[in-house]
Structures are given as structure tokens and as C-alpha cells.
Write a protein that binds this ligand. Sequence first.
Ligand code: HEC
Length: 147
Amino acid sequence: MPRHSLCLTLALPLALIAATASLAHDGVKDPKVKERMQIMKQIKAATGVLGSMAKHPASHDADEARAARSDLIRLSKKVAPSFTTKAMDPKSEARPAIWNNWDDFAARAVALTTAAEALDPTSPQGVAAGMAGIGGACGGCHKPYRD
Ligand code: HEC
């Protein structure tokens, strides 16, 4: 078999497996729900970088912390817009209370932006202190608005 067709034979099934895995992972059909979950996942990733640095001060890297902080600020500003439409899905954990208390929900998204802005990426202490505020902001919204 020529080399290029062997490559294709391997690449195609792998691509299909990857596509199926990501579909099975969320199983969400509504594109608006998918979008907001995607934003939350990116928020989780950026928070994970900072959280792990806060836990292991020796791993502190100011550039990395600065980048994660910027990501978090940018992503936090997408939260309220991504929930503007009342989209629901059986897999969604969003509570309908979001749309009955919209101003409060939006304020909790702003609280995450503010907490991320307050993080000082230049020292391990700054990251740890900032992470406390950021963690509080996640919980401040998840508690009332996420199942
Ligand atoms: C203003 C409200 C709000 C803030 C702030 C917020 N979240 Fe969320 N988050 C939600 C809601 C609502 C859901 C449920 C979305 C759904 O299932 O439709 C959610 C879902 C998630 C999910 C699950 C996504 C999925 O794939 O189902 C993760 C992970 C997550 N949030 C992480 C975070 C982290 C980490 C923070 C803080 C850095 C944070 N969130 C801050 C409202 C918020």
C-alpha cells in the first residue's frame, strides 16, 4: 500500500473517534448552551493555571500568570452575553432563576471580572490572594444559578 493511503486509513478513523468523543462529552444540541459551556470550560482552564500556581508557589511564572489573568478577564466579559438568550438543554445545569434575576446574575459576572483584575500576577502571594477572590466569584454565581 502506498504510504499516503496508509496515512489516510489511519487518520480518518482517528478523526472520527475524536469527533465522536467530543460530541458524547457534552451531548448538548442547543448551540447557545454549547457556547456558554465552552466559555465556562475555558474559564476553568485559565483558573486551573492560576490555582495550581497558588498551590505550588515554586512553580510561579509571572508571564503565565499574567496571560491566564488576561484570559479570565476577557472570558468573564463573555459570560453575561452568552446567557442573554434563555436557552435550555436537558444536560444544562443553568437554573431558570438566571432569567428571573438577570441584573443580579450579570452583576456576579462583573464580580468575576473585578476579581480577575485584582489579581497581581507578579508574585506567588499575589496569585494566591487573587485566586481566593476568583474562587469566591465562581461560587458566588454557581451557588444561586447552577445545579
Ligand atoms: C455569573 C455566573 C457565573 C460565574 C461568575 C461563573 N460561572 Fe461557571 N457556570 C455558570 C452557570 C450558570 C453554569 C451552567 C451552564 C449550563 O450548564 O448551561 C456554569 C457552568 C460551569 C462549568 C461546567 C461547564 C460544562 O461543560 O458544563 C464550569 C467548569 C464552570 N462553570 C467553571 C467556572 C469557574 C472556574 C468560574 C470562576 C472562575 C465560574 N465558572 C464562574 C455561571 C457562572
